[in-house]
Design a protein around this ligand. Structure first.
Ligand code: HEM
Ligand SMILES: *[C@@H]1O[C@H](CO)[C@@H](O)[C@H](O)[C@H]1NC(C)=O
Ligand SMILES: *[C@@H]1O[C@H](CO)[C@@H](O)[C@H](O)[C@H]1NC(C)=O
Ligand SMILES: *[C@@H]1O[C@H](CO)[C@@H](O)[C@H](O)[C@H]1NC(C)=O
Length: 485
């Protein structure tokens, strides 16, 4: 008996050693497995990926491989070499990891899912005249919501958290614009459930939910699925043309109703999960940097529509806003922190900008983290931790595009929208919504910090890698309708 047990233990240990005993070859990036078997660096990664990766960069340089929960992830932090990953979609695949996340977060499996077709279909709807139409709907929805939120007690100061205010307004307006006024739920209810879901998202993606959180996640998902059950085209204010054609395509592919609802929740997150938080950071920085606020207000005042001007004329006016654009780019530089992840399909060689070559192993993942570089790289952006609203402006007021590292002009000096073939499809729509919201808030409301000395809250460190960061606290503000006189 004792021998059997010992033999079993011995075999397990041997197996473990063989499985985890990966050796670095000379042509591979530095390998850092961490001290914990199998898990490797998973804990540090999940707690604060930015801090962990900055330490690894310090230790190993711009490229290294870490073990994270049994997987080997090669992290590349040299923006001049990003194209070697972004342009090699034949060997470095976008969709596999996307599918893993779809299953973990949304319990969604779409057998015919093809990101290239998905992307092309979506692009049509978020460009050109179709986008102009969406812009106008978004504008109307924002206006209605803002007015109804405030009219309840017209001239009195109303107090709120800025994050809550921004996220809830942009979410509800975006939801109405793209998903329509659902029949069995109000946008407020959907927002409340969505926030619960959003709070559990990083743990779902990392599969680190505790048992009671698992139950909550399932309940929240079910409630959201129910809200997103569409009754079809007879709905009063139906879903946007984009969503209608998306649903039609799923039906044509023979996707069952249950899976359709799951796919809709994924789309809800993809289209509404980042814009609200981005708006919070921008408006928060403007409130805590009066000089920046003045500059943006001055620009907006020059764009006020004339008495009786049409909506088209007004939206037309909003197109040329270099100061706003720079302030937004700067806010996003500081708070957009997605991982750009690809799976290595076949053994491949990565050619770095400095001439070095590294082998990548089939089955590993490659991960870019533009937040560390270019965005927070002190060689590219002086005092990178500071908000400077005019960082992306030339002295003549045009957009600044020349940034340098090691004497080289950068192609990628900030990457909030990703880059290459998978760059964010919705970026123009997102920018447009943020601009409309900010314009409305700044021109029609008195809005101020409750405590004029308050500072921006720090970011919730567990969200590095998942798109826009969210604050670990909130910024208390009060607002009221401007005195029309
Ligand atoms: C401030 C707001 C937003 C930010 C910071 C943002 C950021 C990003 C990033 C970084 C990616 C690239 C992921 C990668 O390469 O792996 C991405 C992809 C995507 N975004 Fe956004 N996004 C925002 C808003 C939106 C909105 C409003 C929509 C829809 C209307 C949208 C739709 C998409 C879609 C569909 C993709 C996938 C593209 C593909 O499959 O190739 N995003 N977004
Ligand atoms: C707008 O969307 C429709 C599909 O609803 C598409 O046929 C058309 O080509 C799109 N327009 C543009 C300018 O992309
Ligand atoms: C609206 O859509 C157009 C595309 O026709 C885009 O160029 C513009 O910047 C968008 N935003 C606003 C506020 O008009
Ligand atoms: C890929 O590279 C690894 C490590 O160098 C090697 O062990 C493996 O056999 C290679 N696989 C293929 C399919 O060439």
């Amino acid at each position: 008996m004792i021998w059997t047990v010992l033999l079993l233990c011995y075999t397990l240990i041997l197996l473990f050693v063989i499985l985890s005993n990966r050796k670095r070859t000379k042509r591979e990036p530095p390998l850092d497995k961490g001290v914990i078997p199998w898990l490797g660096h998973a804990l540090e990664f999940g707690k604060d990926a930015a801090k962990f990766l900055a330490q690894m960069k310090e230790k190993h340089g711009d490229i290294f491989t870490v073990r994270v929960a049994g997987r080997y992830v090669t992290v590349l932090l040299d923006p001049n070499s990003y194209d070697a990953v972004l342009q090699n979609s034949a060997s470095l695949d976008f969709s596999r990891y996307a599918k893993v996340l779809m299953e973990r977060i949304f319990l969604l499996r779409l057998p015919q899912y093809d990101p290239v077709t998905e992307r092309a279909a979506m692009n049509q709807h978020f460009h050109g005249e179709n986008l102009t139409y969406l812009n106008a709907t978004m504008q109307r929805n924002l206006q209605t919501l803002l007015t109804s939120d405030i009219l309840q007690n017209r001239m009195d100061w109303k107090q709120d958290g800025l994050f809550r205010l921004c996220y809830s307004l942009l979410f509800r307006a975006g939801y109405l614009t793209l998903f329509g006024a659902g029949q069995n739920s109000s946008p407020d209810t959907v927002y409340d459930e969505f926030r619960r879901f959003d709070g559990l998202l990083t743990k779902m993606a990392r599969t680190t939910l505790k048992p009671e959180e698992k139950r909550e996640a399932q309940l929240v998902r079910e409630r959201l699925w129910n809200f997103l059950t569409f009754m079809g085209p007879d709905q009063r204010e139906g879903p946007s043309p984009w969503l209608q054609s998306y649903l039609k395509r799923l039906q044509e592919e023979g996707v069952d109703r249950d899976t359709q609802r799951r796919a809709l929740l994924m789309q809800l997150w993809a289209t509404q999960g980042n814009t609200g938080p981005a708006t919070f950071w921008l408006l928060g920085y403007l409130l805590t940097f009066p000089e920046a606020m003045e500059a943006v207000k001055r620009e907006f005042e020059g764009l006020m529509p004339a008495e009786g001007a049409s909506e088209e004329a007004f939206l037309e006016n909003l197109q040329n806003t270099p100061v706003f654009d720079s302030a937004l780019s700067e806010a996003l530089r500081l708070t957009a922190a997605p991982f750009i992840t690809r799976e290595v399909l076949v053994n491949t060689t990565l050619h770095m900008a400095d001439g070095q070559e590294y082998d990548l192993r089939q089955g590993d993942r490659v991960c870019l983290f533009p937040y560390l570089s270019p965005q927070m790289d002190p060689e590219i952006h002086q005092e990178p931790e500071k908000f400077k609203y005019d960082r992306f402006l030339n002295t003549d007021g045009t957009e600044r595009k020349d940034f340098f590292k090691g004497g080289r002009k950068m192609k990628y000096y900030t990457m909030p929208w990703g880059a290459g073939k998978n760059v964010c499809v919705g970026r123009h729509f997102a920018i447009s919504g943020i601009k409309q919201f900010l314009f409305m808030v700044l021109t029609r409301l008195d809005l101020e910090l409750c405590d004029p000395d308050s500072e921006m809250p720090v970011a919730d460190a567990s969200r590095y890698g998942f798109g826009m960061l969210q604050p670990a606290g909130d910024l208390q503000i009060r607002y009221r309708l401007k005195d029309p006189s």
